[in-house]
Structures are given as C-alpha cells and as structure tokens.
Design a protein around this ligand. Structure first.
Ligand SMILES: NC(=O)c1ccc[n+]([C@@H]2O[C@H](COP(=O)([O-])OP(=O)(O)OC[C@H]3O[C@@H](n4cnc5c(N)ncnc54)[C@H](O)[C@@H]3O)[C@@H](O)[C@H]2O)c1
Length: 257
C-alpha cells in the first residue's frame, strides 16, 4: 500500500519548486493532487507531467473567493480533502527590505502572500477536512522563521508568522477534536526561482550559492525533493501523532557548527 493511498491533496504554488516536487511525490504515493498557482499554465504543465492523478487550478492565495472556489471544486472532483500544503510564497518585489529603507508597500506585499495567504488557506479547508474525517495541514515556513534576516526583514517576519499561526491552528483543531493536524516545515536554501532570488539579492548568484552551501554542516544546498519528502511524511498517517511541530530541512545549518 502506498503512503498516501486514497488521500486528496491540495498544494498551492504547485507550478514550481517544492510545490511541483511534492505534487509528483504525493501522486506517486497514491494521492490525488490538485495543484494550484497564480501561474496557471505552469500548474497545468506539472499536472500533465504527473498524469491522471493530478489536476491544476488557477488560484491567487490572497483571494478569499479563489480559496472558496478551489476548495469547492476539489470537493466536487474528489468528494473530500485530506491534505493542504500551504506552499505558495514570494521573497518580495526586489525592493529594499532592511528596516531603514523598506517601504510599507513592500512589507504589505510580502505579508499578504506569505502570511495572509496561509491564514486564508488554513481557514478555508477546516470544514472540508472535518467533513472528510480529519486532515493534515502543512505550512511552508523557512529557517528565516527562526532567525534574523536583516536584509529581507519582511520575508523573515512573514515566515515567523506562519510558524506561529501553525501552532494556534494545531492546538485549536486538536482541542476541538477535529482530527486535523497542522505542522510547519522550515527549509534552508534550495535553488528554486525563489531561492535564487534570495541569493541574487545578496550578491553574485554562484558566489552566494557556494558561500551558503559552505555554511551548511552537510556541505551542500538542499534539493526540492528533500522538502517534498518531509511534506510526504507529515501528510501521511505515519505522522498521526505529529502536531504543531517544526520540521527543519536545512542540512543542519540552523544547528550551527
Ligand atoms: N527555495 C528556498 O530556498 C526556500 C527556503 C525556505 C522556504 N521556502 C518557501 O517555500 C515555498 C515555495 O517556494 P519555492 O522555493 O518552491 O519557490 P518557487 O518560486 O519555485 O515557487 C513559488 C510558487 O508560488 C507561486 N505563487 C507566488 N505568489 C502566489 C500567489 N499569490 N498565489 C498563488 N501562487 C503564488 C509562484 O507562481 C510559484 O509557482 C515558499 O513559501 C518559500 O517562501 C523556500
């Protein structure tokens, strides 16, 4: 029996990076996956690559109406919803994010997608998961949710919010007896479009990538599959007693040394 047999998963930011990798791995493990993204063509391309187990929907995670539609269409298509991976995110517009020079617009842009989007996602799926007998919500935070990010302060703050909100959702749903678990994943640097935007923000891409890899005890940057396999575990029933946890996937970087 595959690890996600019979489960239905909704993955935001499914056109690229961790979302696309998770879609592929979840489907291989028996799930029906709904990949949503603002980049609809990209999500459709990933769904085509996966085949029958996958479908794609256009979705802006900051829109309440989009969340209603995406959850309703998933229920229409599959009859239930077991897994939500709140994964869509941005680093910012490229404008300054240090505390002296950041505009309020830049701050709001990042919080709206990375933080408000995760709140809207958690809220939007609770009823559907209750009706499905329970579920697993996986919120993609970052190592930036744990430590100072002086050059990208809006991004770090948004990821701190995700880490903290996860705990309130986990405790609330647990106490209510909904059988809905909620956990966060904290990836280190992975060379997706977003990851490379962060590296380029600080300097020349290859030089920054090498420096960053050297800061990791395991000596390399991560791969998208490293995060997808962590999400697979949290999505599966193997993690039935894992709730409110912070799964760090960073090669040991946060641990130091
Ligand atoms: N790559 C890294 O090094 C890294 C590290 C830690 C955390 N993360 C987090 O992982 C998550 C996935 O990032 P990734 O590295 O796979 O990046 P990515 O750039 O490959 O993918 C992000 C996806 O989110 C989508 N998206 C952006 N805004 C959206 C919106 N408003 N509505 C719907 N979709 C939207 C994009 O179109 C894109 O497909 C993000 O939350 C990111 O902050 C990434």
């Amino acid at each position: 029996m595959a690890r996600l047999d019979g489960k239905v998963a909704l993955i935001t930011g499914g056109a690229s990076g961790f979302g696309a990798a998770s879609g592929k791995i979840f489907a291989r493990e028996g799930a029906k996956v709904v990949l949503t993204d603002k980049n609809t063509d990209g999500a459709q391309a990933v769904a085509r690559e996966i085949g029958n187990a996958a479908s794609a929907m256009s979705h802006d995670v900051v829109s309440e109406d989009d969340w209603k539609r995406v959850v309703a269409d998933t229920l229409d298509m599959h009859g239930k919803l077991d897994i939500l991976m709140n994964n869509a995110g941005v680093m910012g517009t490229g404008a300054p994010q240090d505390i002296e020079n950041m505009s309020l617009d830049e701050w709001k842009f990042v919080q709206e997608i990375n933080s408000d989007g995760v709140f809207l996602g958690c809220r939007a799926v609770i009823q559907a998961m209750k009706d499905s007998g329970g579920g697993s919500i996986i919120n993609i935070s970052s190592t930036a949710g744990f430590r100072a990010t002086p050059g990208i302060a809006a991004y770090g703050a948004s990821k701190g919010a995700v880490r903290q909100l996860t705990k309130s959702v986990a405790a609330y749903c647990g106490r209510k007896g909904y059988n809905i678990r909620c956990n966060s994943i904290h990836p280190g640097m992975v060379r997706t479009p977003l990851g490379e935007a962060v590296l380029k923000y600080y300097g020349e891409l290859e030089e920054r990538a090498q420096k960053r890899a050297e800061s990791v005890p395991l000596g390399t940057l991560g791969e998208v599959e490293d995060v997808a396999y962590a999400a697979l575990y949290l999505a599966s029933d193997e993690a039935r007693y894992i709730n409110s946890s912070e799964l760090v996937v960073d090669g040991g970087m946060l641990g130091g040394g």
